[in-house]
Design a protein around this ligand. Structure first.
Ligand code: NDP
Ligand code: MG
Length: 349
């Protein structure tokens, strides 16, 4: 078992922003998390320098937003806190380039613990190593901050040379707006293992498999693909929204008695003990590093399986049916959500 989870939640009044006074934060990367951290910290009064490669497509955008931009190693040289917000797969190479710029007592900070936990980055023993991880995509971290709202987040300390690693991480979490909503402390190990397990077993892997199995069962039995799409994919959002708002109970209260009875009797028949055993195996592969080794090797080989799996998923019939239906129907969506989505799509171009 991993360490016990602390239930303490830190808010603005528990975080002292002065732990970043007189310090410069280098934010390496200006993508999803990078742009949000850099802008929020800057507007919170923290000295920020954004680290981007010479030919970076984000350089102009960061400069137009009023931020100072330097190369990653120049930014790290100026900084007391180096926040590594480039994609996880390129972090080891980026770290190697900036490592000579780290001084004693500096902090190396992450928003996800993969590279530290699986030893892809081994920081020198004279720096603090921390994590501040908003539990949300970067554009929401930014949007919430602009609306005087917060984004829940995690902090973790892996290496505390200065003796003030946790206080500094809390100050950073405050600077990006996380303590407005609440921050909990975890460990790198727990963050990584629960994150990987969650996305594989439930969120990304589990849910898409469940949807495809349901869709295929109906279509193979002769029902129309359109009906199968609505039942097994489209309506999932309504159910998830109810669970998000009121937990499982909130959802059960909102659906019909028939849906509740059938769901309660059949759910565990379908996702039976065998599924639970499979999940335990998935967790084991995360815990023993097997998944990490596989993913690292896959990247080193140029992502052959990943490319194939992606293509196969795109080819699934449910994707064609869905694309057609989404064009034919006017979908209910809150304006802010669609505007935000559009913003991201544009930013990603
Ligand atoms: P992004 O993919 O959005 O990062 C893109 C940025 O990284 C760009 O500015 C890009 O620069 C830069 N970059 C890419 N490759 C290189 C390279 N080889 N050298 C230098 N810079 C490079 O990353 P995310 O924000 O998604 O993820 C950052 C961290 O945050 C990760 O650890 C991730 O796990 C974590 N995280 C992400 C969340 C999310 O929702 N996205 C949520 C919570 C944590 P250029 O402009 O030059 O292309
Ligand atoms: Mg994740």
């Amino acid at each position: 078992m991993t360490e016990k989870f602390t239930t303490e939640v830190y808010y603005d009044e528990d975080a002292d922003g002065s732990h970043l006074d007189g310090k410069t934060v280098a934010v390496l990367g200006y993508g999803s998390q990078g742009h949000a951290h850099a802008l929020n910290l800057h507007e919170s009064g923290v000295d920020v320098v954004v680290g981007l490669r010479e030919d970076s497509s984000s350089r102009a955008e960061a400069e137009e937003a009023g931020l100072e931009v330097a190369t990653p190693d120049d930014a790290a040289a100026q900084a007391d806190v180096v926040s590594i917000l480039v994609p996880d797969t390129v972090q080891p190479a980026v770290f190697e380039a900036i490592e000579p710029e780290l001084d004693e007592g500096d902090t190396v900070q992450f928003a996800h613990g993969f590279n530290i936990h699986y030893n892809q980055i081994e920081p020198p023993e004279y720096v603090d190593v921390t994590m501040v991880a908003p539990k949300s995509p970067g554009h929401l971290v930014r949007r919430n901050y602009e609306r005087d709202q917060g984004t829940p987040g995690l902090i973790a300390v892996y290496q505390d040379v200065s003796g003030g690693a946790k206080e500094e991480a809390l100050a950073y979490a405050k600077g990006i707006g996380c303590t407005r909503a609440g921050v909990i402390e975890t460990s790198f190990k727990e963050e990584v293992e629960t994150d990987l397990f969650g996305e594989q077993a439930v969120l990304c892997g589990g849910v898409t498999s469940l949807v495809k199995h349901g869709y295929e069962t109906l279509v193979d039995a002769g029902y129309s693909p359109e009906m199968a799409y609505f039942e097994c994919l489209n309506e999932l959002k309504l159910i998830v929204d109810l669970m998000y708002e009121g937990g499982l109970g909130g959802m059960w209260d909102s659906v019909s008695d028939t849906a509740e009875y059938g769901g309660l009797t059949e759910g565990d028949e379908i996702l039976d003990d065998h599924v639970r055993e499979n999940m335990e195996e998935t967790l084991e592969r995360v815990q023993n590093g097997e998944f990490a080794r596989e993913w690292i090797a896959e990247n080193q080989a140029g992502r052959p399986s990943y490319t194939q799996l992606r293509a196969a998923e795109k080819d699934h019939e449910i994707e064609d049916v869905g694309a057609r239906l989404r064009e034919l129907f006017a979908w209910e969506e809150s304006e802010s959500e669609s505007a935000d989505e559009q913003e991201r799509v544009n930013a990603d171009d």
